[in-house]
Design a protein. Sequence first.
Lengths: 276, 303
Amino acid sequence: MTALVIENLEKVYTDTYTGDEVVAIGDVSFGVEQGEFVSVLGPSGCGKTTVLNTVAGFVRPTSGTVSVDGREVGAPGPDRGVVFQGHALFPWKTVLGNVVFGLRMKGVKRREREERGREYLELVGLAGFENRYPHELSGGMRQRLGVARVLANEPAVMLMDEPFASIDAQTRRRLQEDLTRIFEERRPTVFFVTHDIDEAVFLSDRVVVLSQRPSTVQEIVTVDLPRPRSWRTAVDDPGFRETVARINGLLAVDADRGQESGDRGPGDDGGGTDAG
Amino acid sequence: MVPLTGNTGTGHDGTGRSDGTARASGAARTVRRPAPLHRRVRLRLTRSPAFRTLGPFVPVVALWWALAESGLFPQSFFVGPDRVVLEFLDLIRKGVLPGYLGDSLERLAYGVGFGLLIGLPMGFLTAMFWRLRKAVWPILLFFQAIADIAWLPIVIVWFGFSLTAVTFVIVYTIVFPLMLSVVAGVEQVPKELIRAARSLGAGRVRVFFEVILPGALPSVATGVRTGLGYGWRALVAAEIIVGTSGIGFMMFDARRVGDVSQVFLGMVVLGVLWYMLDALVLAPFERATVERWGMVRSMEGDG
């Protein structure tokens, strides 16, 4: 079953100062199957975060539709939980308070939601930190909490917006391995935005490669890497390296083409959530 | 307390999968030795709350006393702390000071109470509704510019020399800075937090109570603090002009009869009261909320 369908998505921004129109997303269509991990990859400023923000309901598309579980998406909702690059945890809530936030909004009873909250904290390796506040956690732990907060809500799709981009390289690897383990255990549907090719290939079942702005789907690459995955085996896997090289090639060709056709306007994802 | 021996550096960074391996191995290389006695004594002393509260005043009072004793100024102009303490005991015994203090605090309580009651909701309304803000903002700035004391003449015409007049002035001084800081606080709430709450299933009302209200708290707390400070000053000013009782009245009345020590006493009382209000109400509130949550850096902590 297809959990998320994006059809002919287009987004045009009007520059409020000059009045110029900037086409952020040209024409993007693809789907994410239930229990599938799909990454969206593209050069910076290609509008991939805008695609995510549209799916999340933060940004309205100019044309085209996004549907989740067969229903068209409008405003943000609990069926599409978001893990943000800047973690966006509630600083005034404890770790447990953050995890159960969604369940509380749903009206789940205290005992049940705390039980489920603890279960998800355990899953992401944060058991024992229930009563800490987010500022007392390390960057990696904050992102784990961000993931737990979304998963505890059991959304139809988990949207992840470059969640590991502002984390140091070693911790990032560990987080990627943990995310893979969690994915393999629970099989949530994941829509993951990144600019890191290795990360996209390592985590995903399929990688959607976007072109430069105005973005279109350049190619969808299927990753044939056996699960369970770990970095130690992945780096030696010829299939992994081949896929990385192929995507690298796709992006390089696109970058050359982009340079020939000149500058296409301000190089920002436009959604405003890029800053970490 | 001062950790003397043992490794207390394991802190909160040890996840099972240890995001903090680098730091842990760094700490293992540091050998801990007990600090020498004089340093321990100094640390113990400088960290005690009484020392931290009263310590900074010791040189100030000493200087004051020395200046008074030096005979540089005549006694009718400048009195030492000893005279002020005697005056304090005398006025307590006569019951004048407690009575005046009670009057002042009652006025302040009324003024602050109404000020918060009006300022907070108005601030949040202005902050939340974009159209309202556009309409109200210039008016806010206009009225903020009219000093509280500048209202006294007309307020006395309207309300006479009454509690209402004083309350009006205090409310006036509190409301505008409070509203401005509430608006600033709401604007400071990161957009991502609101988005996060929305995509976790919070509706607009829940977003307000769960995200915007606590998110604006650091700025609101600052606003309450400044508002109270302004109100406190306005109270004394109003009492000097309108008053028939109160600390401000006491000081001005004492000046009339040439009792400098009472004037000094009044000034000390004002300072001490504000300090107590801060130490007993404002600071604990901030420690329990915005500092606990790491939303502002605490003044005493290591951040």
